[in-house]
Write a protein that binds this ligand. Structure first.
Ligand code: ADE
Length: 246
């Protein structure tokens, strides 16, 4: 998979050299290219923003540097990428979207600063590309770079061969399957006793059925506590006959 990121803070994307994404790059599973938007400015101050039409606080990112930068990115590859525009006013980025985007051969991210990018840029590339305006949560960050890190990590770990153990995503919170849309419950490892605290007995019972039941009960309990909306939003098919009211 190829990923391009156009930003005024290329150094903000340095974490893409680390850990899971960094290893996927080193193995050649991910081709990540970070571009400096300011390389596409032509004034002495490398200006990327200007005051908003209609007035109001803050600044808006000018269309010309984005147009030039995105044209250069598009011209450097074959076919059409999906363009991902991080914005707090986008649709929520979900696990389902991560799965969908992980199937794409090429993604271009356009993290903005200030009050966002001149709308005409989204329209211009929306006419040629599949453009997704996506939010990583109901809070406002100072820019789209941290959301890019979040989305790239969620997508990269789904690529074939990137996670050591392909089963590791099976029980993820939000993964499809028996635990679909339930939050994962607690996990334990050795030693069996730590500071007088023991591991739930069922987990050492060797009884797969009982372990699975326990995990589902814990997931239901945690989901009702942390995300009751995920429980009330489930139809009857979201429960099995052994699920108890939590
Ligand atoms: N830019 C600023 N806040 C954001 C958010 N919550 N999601 C995506 N991009 C953003």
């Amino acid at each position: 998979m190829r990923l391009d990121v156009v930003t005024i803070f290329p150094e903000y994307l340095e974490p893409l050299n680390v850990s899971l994404v960094g290893k996927a790059r080193a193995r050649g599973q991910l081709d990540v290219r970070v571009h400096d938007l300011r390389a596409h400015t032509h004034d002495r101050h490398h200006t990327v923003d200007d005051t908003p039409y209609g007035g109001g606080p803050g600044m808006v990112m000018k269309p010309e540097p984005w147009g030039e930068a995105l044209d250069a990115v598009l011209a450097s590859g074959e076919g059409r990428p999906v363009m991902v525009v991080p914005t707090p006013s986008g649709r929520p980025f979900t696990q389902e979207l991560a799965v969908e985007l992980a199937r794409e051969p090429w993604l271009v991210f356009t993290p903005a600063r200030y009050e966002g990018i001149d709308r005409r840029v989204i329209e211009e590339y929306g006419a040629r590309l599949d453009v997704r305006e996506l939010s990583v949560g109901d809070y406002v960050l100072a820019g789209g770079e941290a959301p890019v890190l979040v989305m790239v990590e969620a997508i990269a770990r789904l690529l074939p061969g990137v996670l050591g153990n392909a089963d590791s995503h099976r029980d993820d919170s939000f993964a499809p399957g028996a635990m679909a849309e339930l939050l994962e419950g607690p996990v334990y490892t050795k030693p069996p006793e730590w500071r007088g605290r023991t591991v739930p007995e069922v987990l050492s019972s060797g009884h797969h059925g009982r372990v699975a039941r326990w995990r589902r009960d814990e997931a239901l309990r945690r989901t009702s506590a942390h995300r009751p909306d995920l429980i009330t939003g489930r139809g009857p098919e979201g429960f099995d006959r052994h699920d108890r009211a939590t």
